[in-house]
Design a protein around this ligand. Structure first.
Ligand SMILES: Cc1cc2nc3c(=O)[nH]c(=O)nc-3n(C[C@H](O)[C@H](O)[C@H](O)COP(=O)(O)OP(=O)(O)OC[C@H]3O[C@@H](n4cnc5c(N)ncnc54)[C@H](O)[C@@H]3O)c2cc1C
Length: 363
């Protein structure tokens, strides 16, 4: 049996698995991007384009022994991966780590870091000239985007519209109170429990004045808008069912050892899995540790015994710019609400740049 491990996707989960197995196995990391994208930095990258290069880490510096193939998986079966170029990668172990796509700017559209940076600079220019900003979606992405905009342009009028009645209902009331207080302080206007009667007539991210009417009858005039809702699971390459049948949301059914159900040599990590938890980079990296331990055991002829059990309590670090924000972390005694200073220290200040600088050896 070869020692080839094909990892499909070099995001948070895939990069961590590939790196952890690099010394033990012949890793082939497949991704159409030329760089790892630290999506946590995307919204600051839009508001502060000089900072934007910090969110990209060249994939070719990640591995010492393994290879990185810049291509897209179009089909996966138990024996390997077929790529968009027509190339075939045969492998003894497969790790599905192709994650999810969010509406730009939360994750870049372009596969090359240079093009993604051009897009961010272009949209920044449009945003800089727009006084009134409308954000559709009051989840973590919409709220973080509002915070990053206010950090750079405190006087812009930022309105967030969401049909949900309440912000982040899974989190502790104390955290939510603090969130509302900080949003008020920043003069970020919330319109909850209401949608738009019709979408804006202009493209998202383009400066042009428009007026929309909410389902509650309020008229909102803005000069630019962003979509901050909707996630697409990147699993189209499994549609042919040569490997597995996806859930209705496009996710991959996995066991507690993170094996794709039915296979002891195929694994999945991150947003693509059907693990019952919020989809988070932090969890994708924990999945990666479990999968790397299991494949290492198998390569050594041992039983794979590492299991992943989702935390019963949700966690979040939600910066509103570098110094503000709210958070909730799990502890042995249950969920703990943390102050803005902790959110800033763990995430807001550098948006995890330091951690990935270490992983990619780009210090
Ligand atoms: C603005 C923002 C802020 C966030 N902040 C946080 C945070 O603070 N903490 C947190 O835990 N989570 C955060 N998240 C969520 C986090 O980004 C996702 O949970 C995370 O990206 C999932 O990681 P992943 O490894 O599953 O996949 P991804 O990071 O989505 O990576 C998937 C990779 O697979 C590649 N790929 C896709 N299709 C194919 C294919 N067919 N063939 C080969 N490769 C393919 C993609 O190019 C990509 O590189 C944030 C998300 C956003 C948008």
């Amino acid at each position: 049996m070869s020692r080839t491990v094909a990892v499909i996707g070099g995001g948070y989960g895939g990069s961590a698995v590939a790196k952890a197995l690099d010394a033990e196995a012949d890793v082939v990391l497949i991704d159409p991007r030329d760089a790892f994208v630290n999506a946590a930095g995307a919204l600051r990258a839009l508001a502060q384009p000089d900072w934007a290069p910090n969110m990209f880490f060249p994939l070719d510096t990640l591995l010492t022994r393994g290879t990185v193939v810049r291509d897209r998986a179009v089909s996966v079966d138990p024996g390997g991966v077929t790529l968009a170029s027509g190339r075939r990668v045969e492998a003894s172990y497969l790790v599905l780590a192709s994650g999810s796509s969010y509406a730009y700017p939360a994750k870049p559209k372009a596969d090359s870091a240079e093009e993604a940076l051009d897009d961010l600079r272009r949209t920044h220019k449009e945003l800089a000239g727009a006084d009134r900003v409308l954000i559709l979606g009051a989840g973590p992405v919409g709220l973080e985007l509002a915070g990053e905009i206010k950090e750079v342009w405190p006087h812009k009028r930022v309105t967030i519209v969401d049909p949900a009645e309440r912000l982040l209902p899974a989190f502790q009331p104390e955290m939510l109170q603090d969130l509302h207080r900080q949003l008020d302080e920043l003069d970020i206007r919330l319109r909850l429990g209401t949608g738009l009667a019709a979408p804006p007539a202009t493209e998202p991210g383009r400066a042009a004045t428009f007026t929309v009417t909410t389902t509650g009858g309020e008229q909102i005039t803005a000069d630019i808008w962003f979509r901050a809702h909707g996630v697409h699971v990147n699993s189209d390459y499994l549609a042919d069912e040569r490997l597995t049948t996806r859930t209705p949301l496009g996710r991959v059914p996995v066991t507690e050892t993170l094996n794709v159900r039915g296979y002891d040599h195929v694994y999945a990590v991150g947003d693509i899995t059907d693990v019952p938890e919020d989809k988070r980079a932090g969890y994708a990296m924990q999945h990666a540790e479990v999968v790397a331990r299991n494949i290492t055991a198998q390569l050594r002829g041992e039983q794979p015994t590492a299991v992943y059990r989702p935390s019963p309590d949700p966690m979040i670090l939600l910066p509103l710019g570098p110094g503000r924000g709210v958070g909730q972390l799990p502890t042995p005694d249950g969920p703990a609400v943390v102050p803005a200073a902790t959110v800033s220290e763990y995430k807001g200040a550098d948006l995890f740049t330091g951690r990935f600088t270490e992983l990619f050896g780009t210090a």
